[in-house]
Structure formats: structure tokens, C-alpha cells
Design a protein around this ligand. Structure first.
Ligand code: ATP
Length: 287
């Protein structure tokens, strides 16, 4: 296997001086070609910052990102991103087929080739019959399938997915997870996917990278030894799945006693902030 993505000593700091905030701290990892790597981490730990830096949307404060050996210093042509919010990523005034064709306009393909490539991508996600409809005529799950088809149509070297299934219902989420694994295996796409959902990271991933609280650093890089062919019921019941999700949960939340202590500390901080706010408001009202 060859290395598709290499992240080396990546750090990002927002602001300067007293206002400086380090969101990502000295992160290094690689993703091999054809691998599906999942990233999980606590809320606010720096996942979006990391993805933005990898996608070339945010210059890192230090460190480098390389895609198939080329240093990333702007958005690479052969990179595609799928976001959580499908309703805002599709153009409502274009048909489904035109939405999928849209990013291909900047390539070297003829009109007929663009059409054929878009049709094949829609076919791959099970939507061959809906190219003439508009996005708003489809369910949320179907719209997210269109986003995936659009990302795959350009045959990207790397597909970045930021919480792609967080806005759909549980049943649709399972269907989309299976669809992603199937299409990714068929096309050999390299995928880096961020999720809050521990079970999803284990079910989908060939590998799970666990991030620490902010500033994000890698606390574990776990290979997923589950069979390539997975099933929502039997895989999730298997001993390997249960053991791995337990390991990821412990890395993220600590033992139950540690989790309870963290909750109590957070509650104390919140109630202290509330008291201060109340005192300031009373002071302002009386003056
Ligand atoms: N433009 C910005 N300026 C200053 N601080 C920022 C900016 N964007 C993010 N941050 C801070 O950097 C940290 C990481 O944010 P980021 O959005 O990368 O985390 P995340 O893990 O993606 O969050 P979530 O899980 O809630 O989506 C947070 O403390 C956030 O407040």
C-alpha cells in the first residue's frame, strides 16, 4: 500500500498573545491509499480545524500536509469534502444530475463524459432514477446520497467527510454507513471521516484515531480487525466490535468514576459562571 495522506507535526493556533488558542497540537499520522480512517474526539477538541488544514482551507501554524507526496498549500483539485449539512451543500436550482456534474466542469472532460461520470456516480449510490429531480424533492437521506455521489464523481484521491450522517435518522444513518463502505470498497477511495459517534467510527473504519480534549493530539491509533464485509446487526453484536467500542469509549471518557468527576467539575464551573453573571446583572440593575 502507498501513503495517500501524510500529516506531519501539524499545529494550529488561533489568535495571538493573550488571546492565542492552540486548537491542534503537533499531530502526525498517515492514511494509506484505499483506507477508511475514522477520527473521534470530544466536542470542541479541534476536529474541524484539523480537517480544514488537511483540505488546504486553513494554513497551519506549523507542520505540513501532503497528498500523494505533494505538499498541500491550497485546496487540491483531487480532494472532495462531504459535510453534515446536505441541505446547504446542494444547489436547489440545479437538478440532481447537474449538481453531481457541477464540480466536473473544471476538469478536462467533455460534456458527454461529464454526464456519463455523474450518471455512474448516481448509480453507485443507488439513485440512477432521480437525476431529473431537484434536491428539495428528495428525502434527507437521498440528498446526502447525492452529496456523496457528487464527491465521488470527480474520483478524488482523498474524500474528507465531516460528520456526514449526523443529520439523518438512525435507520437512514445505518443505510448510508453501509452504502459508504460498499462504494468505498468498490472504488478504492481513500476516506478520512470525522464522527462524534463511537459505534459509527468502529463500524465504518479500517482504523480509528482517537483525539484528546483541546488542543487535539492523538491518544490512540487503533486498527479495526473486523471482517471487511460488515452487517449492522451481527457486526455490532460481535465480541471484537463490543471490545473495541469499549476501548474507544474509555479513551474518550475515562472510567465511569473519572467521567462522573469530570461532569461534576463542569457543573461547578457552570454554576460559578451563572452566579457571577447574576451578581453582575444585579449590580448593573442597582447602579
Ligand atoms: N476561527 C476561530 N477563532 C478562534 N478560535 C477558534 C476558531 N475556530 C475554532 N476555534 C476554537 O478552536 C477549538 C477547536 O475548534 P473546532 O471547531 O476545530 O473543534 P471541533 O472538535 O470540530 O468541535 P465540534 O466537535 O463542536 O464540531 C475550539 O476551542 C474553538 O472554540
Amino acid at each position: 500500500m502507498s501513503t495517500m495522506l501524510e500529516v506531519s507535526g501539524l499545529s494550529h493556533r488561533y489568535g495571538t498573545g493573550d488571546q492565542a488558542h492552540t486548537a491542534v497540537n503537533e499531530l502526525s499520522f498517515t492514511v494509506e491509499a484505499g483506507q477508511l480512517a475514522c477520527i473521534v474526539g470530544p466536542s470542541g477538541c479541534g476536529k474541524s480545524t484539523l480537517l480544514r488544514a488537511i483540505a488546504g482551507l486553513l494554513p497551519p501554524t506549523s507542520g505540513t500536509v501532503s497528498l500523494h507526496g505533494d505538499r498541500v498549500d491550497g485546496v487540491p483539485d483531487d480532494l472532495a469534502v462531504v459535510f453534515q449539512d446536505y441541505s446547504r451543500s446542494l444547489f436547489p436550482w440545479l437538478t440532481v444530475a447537474k449538481n453531481v456534474e457541477f464540480p466536473l466542469r473544471w476538469g478536462k472532460l467533455s460534456k458527454a463524459e461529464r454526464r456519463a461520470q455523474a450518471a455512474s456516480a448516481l448509480d453507485a449510490v443507488g439513485l440512477s432514477g432521480v437525476g431529473g429531480k431537484f434536491p428539495w424533492q428528495l428525502s434527507g437521506g437521498m440528498q446526502q446520497r447525492v452529496s456523496i455521489a457528487r464527491a465521488l464523481a470527480s474520483r478524488p484521491a482523498l474524500l474528507i467527510m465531516d460528520e456526514p450522517f449526523a443529520s439523518v435518522d438512525a435507520q437512514t444513518r445505518f443505510e448510508l454507513e453501509d452504502l459508504l463502505r460498499r462504494v468505498q470498497a468498490q472504488q478504492g477511495t481513500t476516506v478520512l471521516l470525522v464522527t462524534h459517534d463511537i459505534d459509527e467510527s468502529v463500524y465504518l473504519g479500517d482504523r480509528v484515531l482517537v483525539l484528546s480534549k483541546s488542543p487535539a493530539r492523538i491518544v490512540a491509533d487503533l486498527p479495526v480487525g473486523l471482517p471487511a464485509s460488515r452487517d449492522q446487526i451481527t457486526t455490532r453484536e460481535s465480541a471484537e466490535f463490543v471490545a473495541l467500542r469499549g476501548e474507544v469509549a474509555r479513551l474518550l471518557h475515562g472510567s465511569p468514576a473519572q467521567a462522573a468527576a469530570a461532569d461534576a467539575a463542569e457543573w461547578e464551573l457552570a454554576s460559578a459562571a451563572e452566579k457571577t453573571e447574576k451578581a453582575v446583572t444585579e449590580d448593573m440593575q442597582s447602579s
